[in-house]
Design a protein around this ligand. Structure first.
Ligand code: NAD
Ligand code: ZN
Length: 368
């Protein structure tokens, strides 16, 4: 049933580019047609927010803003015409919508729903915001804005999940886990017996390792400049861990020394143009596949064309190639069936008002 009630709650607002989070009371307007208002239960910081806070290439003029694009919660109320969820349903918030009608949604090999572009406006589809703070409208982020106790999202960005699912675990299906795991399984299509290299061991890179292992890779080489990440990487399936700073040679040469012919699949899970070039050059010349998962926006890649002559390929991947709503519901079912384990990805659990502490933990690499 639709509601006209405005909800007052806490949210973490960033007031200006490069600013930190400030906990404020906000008003959350009722959902309009085809929109859903959600009580957030669990959310997390992703490397993408960290980049938005510090990387000038990603900064825009849509401030004040409520960020957060990884989360799960319970539907509080729905707007007119919403048919796929109802109040009380457990749901995953998705930065990648699945409208079910656009050419991408209708193509089984594609997940880049046209509604993703709505996120660029940082507003709802009618061009307005559902958040107000101190009398000012506040911008949305990523179709989700999960850093608020309540948020409003388009129905196409909301995935209904198993009513028994523990939200404080399965919220990871909203971004980090699905992106990495699917990057290996769906985008790279890692093959049994293959050798893989994963550059960057944050939550997304660890999920890539899990995907490589599930696909039957026999050698998974984890690469990071922070050696504190190695123990967890081994726990989730890495067979070797290397730190580029321990070698005089470029890391691609080290990987050729270790493997003889290079790796079958490599993954860039950092978001750095130089490591994209190194990951591509680490692949086998004849058929190596390199998948870029890290966010590379506003910068050019400087890659030698020679690397492609022998047959290597370079691919992008968004949300691990899963269709938003179908993928999230399926992965939560897989979690409930114990086919996947998300525990290794959760290092800390803090209240929303400690979000700046989470940022510090993430900067030091202690937070996955
Ligand atoms: P994170 O910051 O937790 O992890 C990055 C890791 O890379 C860290 O462990 C860091 O030590 C390591 N690193 C940094 N520089 C390095 C270097 N030069 N060589 C080797 N290792 C290095 O980030 P995350 O949350 O795991 O996200 C990873 C990337 O994935 C980010 O760029 C994020 O924006 C992107 N992302 C993409 C999608 C998508 O759909 N494509 C979705 C979510 C996140
Ligand atoms: Zn669509």
């Amino acid at each position: 049933m639709s509601t006209t009630k405005v909800i007052r709650c806490k949210a973490a607002i960033v007031w200006k580019p490069g600013g930190s989070f400030s906990i404020e009371e906000v008003e959350v307007a009722p959902p309009k047609a085809k929109e859903v208002r959600i009580k957030m239960v669990a959310t997390a910081l992703c490397g993408t927010e960290m980049k938005m806070l510090k990387d000038k290439n990603l900064q825009h003029q849509h401030y004040p803003i409520i960020m957060g694009h990884e989360g799960a919660g319970i539907v509080e109320s729905v707007g007119e015409g919403v048919s796929t969820v109802k109040a009380g349903d457990k749901v995953i918030a998705l930065f990648l919508p699945q409208c079910g009608e656009c050419t991408s949604c209708l193509n089984s090999a594609d997940n880049f729903c046209i509604k993703l572009k709505q996120a660029e406006t940082h507003l709802m589809s009618d061009g307005t915001s559902r958040f107000t703070c101190k009398g000012k409208p506040v911008y949305h982020f990523g179709n989700t804005s999960t850093f608020s106790e309540y948020t409003v999202m388009d129905e196409s960005s909301v995935a209904k999940i198993d009513a028994a699912a523990p939200l404080e675990k399965v919220f990871l299906v909203s971004c980090g886990f699905s992106t990495g795991y699917g990057g290996a399984i769906n985008t790279a299509k890692v093959t049994p017996g293959s050798t893989c290299a994963v550059f960057g061991l944050g939550g997304v890179g660890l999920s890539v390792i899990m995907g490589c292992k599930a696909a039957g890779a026999t050698r998974i080489i984890a690469v990071d400049i922070n050696k504190d990440k190695f123990e967890k990487a081994k726990e989730v399936g890495a067979t070797e861990c290397i730190n580029p700073q321990d070698y005089e040679k470029p890391i691609q040469e080290v990987l050729f020394d270790l493997t003889g012919d290079g790796v079958d699949f490599s993954f860039e899970v950092i978001g750095n143009p130089e490591t994209v070039a190194a990951a591509l050059a680490s692949c086998r010349e004849s058929h190596g596949v390199c998948v870029i998962i890290g966010l590379i926006i506003g910068v050019q890649l400087n890659i030698s064309g020679h690397l492609f002559f022998s047959g290597r390929s370079l691919k992008g991947s968004v949300y691990g190639g899963w269709k938003g709503r179908d993928g999230a519901s399926k992965l939560v079912s897989d979690y409930m069936a114990k086919k996947i384990n998300l525990d290794a990805l959760i290092t800390h659990s803090l209240n929303l008002d400690k979000i700046n502490e989470a940022v510090e933990l993430m900067k030091t690499g202690k937070w996955q």
